[in-house]
Write a protein that binds this ligand. Sequence first.
Ligand SMILES: [Zn+2]
Ligand SMILES: [Zn+2]
Length: 365
Amino acid sequence: MIVNVNLGSIRLKSLLDALTMSESIASAAADQPSPVKRAGRRVWSYTPELPVTQAPYFELPFSLGESLRYLFDVWRPFNQRFLILLIAIAAWSWFTPSLERAREFQFDWMLEIGLRNLVIVLVVAGGLHLLLFTFSRQGDNTRYDARPLARNSKQFHFGNQVWDNMFWTLFGAVPIGTLWECLLLWGYANGHVTMISFAENPGWFVGWMLIIPLWSGLHFYWYHRLLHIGPLYRWFHSWHHKNINTGPWSGHAMHPLEHLFLYSDVAIHWLVASHPVHVIFNAMLHTIAGPTSHCGYHEVKLTRFFSLKLGDFMHQLHHRYFDCNYGSYETPWDKIFGSFHDGTEAGNEYIKERRRRMFEKKNAA
Ligand SMILES: [Zn+2]
Ligand SMILES: [Zn+2]
C-alpha cells in the first residue's frame, strides 16, 4: 500500500512538474536574476529563523506532542488566527443580517455584508500600509525585502503597484468574497446547508473550527498549483506574480477569476454541517490573512508593547522564486512533490537544480 501511494505520488509529481514547466518557470527564469548572479549579494533584508519549518502534523515519525504544541501556538490568544476568529464572531454577532432576511437574494442585506467586508479590508490592508509604508513606523525592521514597492512601472495597472493592488482588492476580492458568503447564508436560510449550533454540538463546532485552516490550506495548494499551469498562469495567476516584492494590498492583487477560486473553499460548508460563523471565519482567513501574509514584514509592531507575527516568509519565497512553496505551513504537498524551499542557501540551490532538471526534461520531450 505504501509503495502504491509513493508510486502514485511520484507519477503525480512528474505530471505536475511537466505541466508547470511552462509560463511560470519561464517567467521565473526571465524575470529573476539567476542565483549565480545574485551570489555574494544579500537576497533578503531580513529572514526569520531558518530553515523554514512546516506544521509538524505531517512530519514522520508523527509526534502528537509537537502537533499539539504547534496547534496551541497558532491558536494562542492574540495570535493572528485567534484574532481572526474574534473578528468572525463579532461579524456574525453584530454585522451580519439575520438569516430571515437572507431567504431571498436582495441587494440590501448583501450590500450590508459587502460594506462590512470593505471596512475590514480598509482597516487591515489600509491600516498596515499606512503604518508600514506611508509612515514607516518601524522602518525596515523585520522587512523581508527592503526594496521600495514599484512606481512608474508598466508592469502594473495605473503604472503603480499600490494603486493596482488596491484596485483589484477593492473591486475584486471584496465583492467576490461577499458573494460567496451571501450564497452560503442563503443556503442556511433555506435549509440547503445543514446548520449546527454550539449548544447542540460543541465538540464538532470547535473541532470544525480547528480543521478549517487545514482545509483552507489544502484547497489553496491545489487551486494555486493548478494556476501555475501554462495558459492558466499566463492569463490569470501572472497578475498576482507581478508582485515580486509585496505589501499589504498585494494579498488580493489578482485576477477576479482567481478571487472566485480563492474563496471557493467556503463551498465545503454545503457538504459539512456547520454554523455561519464557520463560514465567516473561513472567508476571513482570506479577507484578513491575504493582506497580513503579504505585508512584507515578519512582525508588525502595533503598539509600543504589542507586536504581531503577520508576514509569511514561506509565501514570500514563492513570490521571489515562483516555482516553490505553492502551499501553506499546514499542507504537506510541497514536501511530498519536492517543491519545498526552506529559505536557506541550500534551499536556493535545491530549487535551482530542480528547475534545471525540469528544463532538461522539457527540452528532451
Ligand atoms: Zn501571494
Ligand atoms: Zn503562485
